[in-house]
Design a protein around this ligand. Structure first.
Ligand code: 13P
Ligand code: SF4
Length: 297
């Protein structure tokens, strides 16, 4: 069976498998650790095994490599990109900075290593508010997600210059879909990811990272939870809360997050292929912005 093959190869290669909360259910089940971007980045710093197989999108595997450069980081399908991360290039960011001298540059971790190398600090959806609350009153350029940027700015009563990038999957969800789902499920609580547009965020009860959703699902009294994010997370939510019901609002799916399969995880381990490589200079500069983020506990 393929799962046994993966287990055997994992032992032979002394490999650790990390998976994002949106990965395919069967991939989450063979992973050693499943989490959100922040949890996966922290985990990557702790891994002692020589090989990390990263089941998520490229910027996440790249972040793991930057944080633990002596490890071989493999991505089962290197075409697994994040369209939002590609909405700003390092050159575009340099021009943006030149238009706003003296501003601090905050980048969502959903960005390329080249972009992180140009930033002061990275943030994830799980720590953006906390990090930005320490920068109140400063002039902030926020890239690339305008929705996360405006969500945090509004919560903190600040104004940021946000790059006009977004997650095409989350941004397309409509507030009416949340409202319709709420009407159909009276008494349910609504979780939305901050990559959603303002209407959806306002229609939700709580805005949370995927890791935040997993934590809050255990705490809330409601037995029914409507989830406005990529539907892959339902696997973990259901597994960890068998007494609760989870309903995906809008059935959002990120095809890049589904690119890691049992077959290509097995093949990555078998052929030790699709290694993530980051230019040394870029890696050194990008690491500063990621380290600054991880220093905030
Ligand atoms: P999280 O860090 O909340 O898991 O989000 C990552 C992501 O890509 C959401 O679309
Ligand atoms: Fe990128 Fe959106 Fe997919 Fe997350 S869900 S990886 S932000 S495209």
């Amino acid at each position: 069976m393929i799962v046994d093959e993966i287990e055997k190869l994992k032992r032979e290669r002394s490999a650790v498998i990390l998976a994002h909360n949106y990965s395919r259910p069967e991939v989450q089940d063979i992973a050693d650790f499943t989490g959100d971007s922040l949890e996966l980045a922290r985990k990557a710093t702790e891994i002692e095994s020589p090989v990390i197989v990263f089941c998520g999108v490229y910027f996440m595997a790249e972040t793991a490599k930057i944080l633990n450069p002596s490890k071989k980081v493999l991505i089962p399908d290197p075409s697994a990109g994040c369209p939002m991360a590609d909405m700003i290039t390092a050159q575009e960011l340099r021009l943006f900075k030149a238009e706003h001298p003296g501003a601090k540059v905050v980048c969502y971790v959903n960005s390329t290593a080249e972009v992180k190398a140009e930033c002061d600090i990275s943030v994830t959806s799980g720590n953006a508010e906390k990090i930005l609350s320490t920068m109140k009153g400063e002039k902030i350029l926020f890239v690339p997600d305008m929705h996360l940027g405006s969500y945090v700015a509004e919560k903190l009563g600040e104004k940021y210059e946000c790059w006009k990038g977004c997650c095409p999957i989350h941004a397309a969800l409509k507030a009416e879909e949340v409202e319709a789902s709420r009407r159909a499920n009276p008494g349910a609580v609504v979780f939305a990811h901050p990559e959603c547009n303002e209407g959806v965020r306002k229609a939700a009860d709580e805005c949370l990272s995927t890791g935040g959703m997993c934590a809050r699902a255990k705490e809330v009294a409601a037995k029914k939870i409507l989830v406005a994010t990529e539907k892959g997370i339902l696997h973990r939510l259901k597994k960890e809360n068998p007494d609760k019901e989870f309903i995906a609002v809008g059935e959002l799916e990120c095809c890049d997050m589904k690119k890691a399969t049992l077959e290509n995880v097995r093949d990555a381990l078998l052929y030790m292929r699709h290694e993530v490589v980051v230019d040394e200079e870029i890696s050194r500069k990008a690491k500063r912005s990621i380290d600054s983020m991880l220093a905030v506990k």
